[in-house]
Design a protein around this ligand. Structure first.
Ligand code: FAD
Length: 517
């Protein structure tokens, strides 16, 4: 055993950092993150954090908007907790010194799709996630009881004989490290980067979901992947997100012919729920045979654009697009994982000692469609609750980790890398094609057959590439199996062969387990 801690946290996004901040000084905490601390979805968040902080707003109105967007799949208790406790966490952050943007001495709330009120707090204009991550990193950095290790890829959750998670196996600079703990907090984010077109950074590969599944955790609602309607169309690589708040401030969507099309699809036009906007864009793209539509913000005013959207403005300039006078080519891209490791409202999974919070977790708070800017808030509220609950865990004296037994799996080192990498590349393409914005039964069956063949064909033995590929195939299969089973359309899950929502699927979650785990 390399080291013993009270708690091990996996991930350095909002959920991981806020967990680390909230564990009391008398606990020994280890935070492991697979690249640098800033490599996480949190750092990319632009629009802001939704919370009913303004005088004319209330948690009930925020909860109602969240439920409306969820397409009858939210867990109402979790939504109540999110919206009630959210403002308290925001005020707590502000008391600690976190600065949100102000205008004329007041918080400058913005509006986003499917919110009935201007309740989105933002920081640094459109750099909310970066500002929040920097703020939390600085606070955690001052805590003497927290050790952060970067470039630490967690490979496995360890369990004792009674089935309790009591540590992790990580790979740090090519060296295997075993850490023992009273409890493990999984804050490893979603799986958007497994798709070909995505707004997520490359760390978002759903490792935590795959590891938890293999350890026997229940995985819920994996068919629900949110596609952001307006990612920059970039045929050469990673899509860059054009925040919903650009539409919130008045930008409109136009098709190739220059026609505004959203009003014919939804009464809220450009501010309709994300799944509606994504499908409307896909439909216009198909109809006019173009790989993108246009987002037009030119009427918002040159000064206002630069002041309100500095990050988007500067990034687009690098691509040769001046959003003050040019229309922006956009297309939908995988953005957010609504499903994940099933937890209760205190982050507890079905495995003793294993907690999950943030995007990796599924409390049911987003239902079939996440309301914009609810996820940073979720990271704050539910990581805090997980920390409160995890502190009740005791270190079990007989919790010995059978290191030799575990290491047998990693002894046979494979030198073959190219096949595994190629499979991951193909997986990204196939996931987008067969389990993307639109799905149908035959495509999903073809895709699942392909995953099975690739898994069987992948060489025995171990190396980092084979590990990553197996994890990616596991998550791909979890998405496809759930998407196949849910033979209806709801929220972000659209089945071309079953375009209608079915009463019997309402409030019904698909939960998958690996019984052998
Ligand atoms: C472009 C973009 C814009 C967004 N805008 C908004 C917004 O305006 N408002 C909003 O509320 N939400 C927004 N979101 C969503 C939001 O940012 C995320 O849902 C949220 O930040 C997730 O936080 P997290 O802590 O759960 O995960 P992340 O921030 O993704 O962090 C996960 C961490 O786990 C680490 N990790 C993963 N696997 C392993 C492993 N095997 N070993 C070790 N470490 C591992 C990663 O490296 C990373 O540090 C946006 C997302 C994107 C991509």
């Amino acid at each position: 055993m390399n080291e013993v801690f009270d708690f091990v946290i996996i991930g350095s996004g909002v959920a991981g950092l806020y967990s680390a901040l909230n564990f009391p000084e008398n606990t020994k905490v280890l935070l492991l993150t697979k690249k640098r601390v800033e490599d996480c979805n949190t750092n990319q968040a632009q629009g802001g954090i939704a919370a009913a902080v303004d005088e004319g707003d209330s948690w009930k109105l925020h909860a109602a908007d969240t439920l409306n967007a969820s397409a009858s799949l939210c867990e109402e208790e979790a939504v109540e907790i999110l919206t009630k406790e959210g403002p308290k966490e925001i005020k707590r952050l502000m008391n600690m010194g976190m600065e949100f943007d102000h205008k004329n001495g007041k918080i400058d709330f913005t509006l986003e799709g499917a919110h009935g009120k201007r309740r989105i707090l933002h920081a640094g204009g459109d750099a909310t996630g970066k500002k929040l991550r920097e703020f939390l990193s600085e606070k955690v950095g001052k805590k003497k009881n927290v050790k952060i290790v970067e470039n630490a890829l967690v490979l496995e959750l360890l369990k004792n004989n009674s089935g309790r998670v009591n540590g992790v196996l990580a790979l740090e600079d090519g060296i295997f490290k075993f850490y023992k703990a009273r409890a493990v907090i999984l804050a490893s984010g979603g799986c958007g980067a497994l798709y070909e077109s995505t707004t997520n950074p490359d760390v978002a590969t759903g490792d935590g979901i795959a590891m938890a599944y293999e350890a026997g955790a229940e995985i819920m609602d994996m068919e629900f992947i949110q596609f952001h309607p307006t990612a920059l169309y970039n045929p050469k690589g990673l899509s860059f997100l054009i925040s919903e708040s650009v539409r919130g401030e008045g930008a409109i969507l136009l098709n190739e012919k220059g026609e505004r099309f959203m009003p014919k699809y939804h009464e809220k036009a450009e501010l309709a729920p994300r799944d509606v906007v994504s499908r409307a864009i896909m439909s216009e793209m198909k109809r006019l045979k173009t790989p993108y539509v246009w987002l037009d913000a030119t009427h918002l005013g040159s000064e206002y654009i630069q002041e309100r959207f500095p990050t988007i403005f500067k990034t687009l300039m690098k691509y040769g697009i001046d959003m003050r006078k040019d229309r922006i080519p956009v297309a939908p891209a995988a953005h957010y994982t609504m499903g994940g490791v099933k937890t209760d409202t205190f982050g507890r999974t079905n495995i003793p000692g294993l907690y999950a919070c943030g995007e990796v977790a599924c409390t049911g708070v987003h239902g079939a469609n996440r309301l914009a800017s609810n996820s940073l808030l979720e990271g704050l509220v539910f990581s805090h609750r997980a920390v409160l609950s995890a502190q009740r865990e005791e270190m079990e004296s007989d919790d010995e980790v059978e290191i030799q037994k575990i290491m047998q799996k990693y002894e046979n080192r494979s030198k073959m890398v190219s096949k595994a990498k190629e499979i991951r590349r193909e997986l990204r393409h196939k996931l987008s094609l067969y389990a993307g914005v639109e799905r149908n039964e035959s495509d999903l069956r073809i895709f699942l057959k392909w995953i099975k063949e690739k898994n069987e064909g992948l060489e025995e033995g171990w190396n980092e590439d084979i590990w990553k590929t197996r994890k990616a195939l596991t998550v791909g299969a979890l998405i496809a199996k759930a998407a196949l089973l849910r033979n209806e359309s709801r929220g972000a899950h659209f089945r071309k062969d079953h375009p209608e929502s079915k009463k019997e699927w309402e409030n019904f979650h698909i939960i998958t387990t690996n019984k052998g785990g």
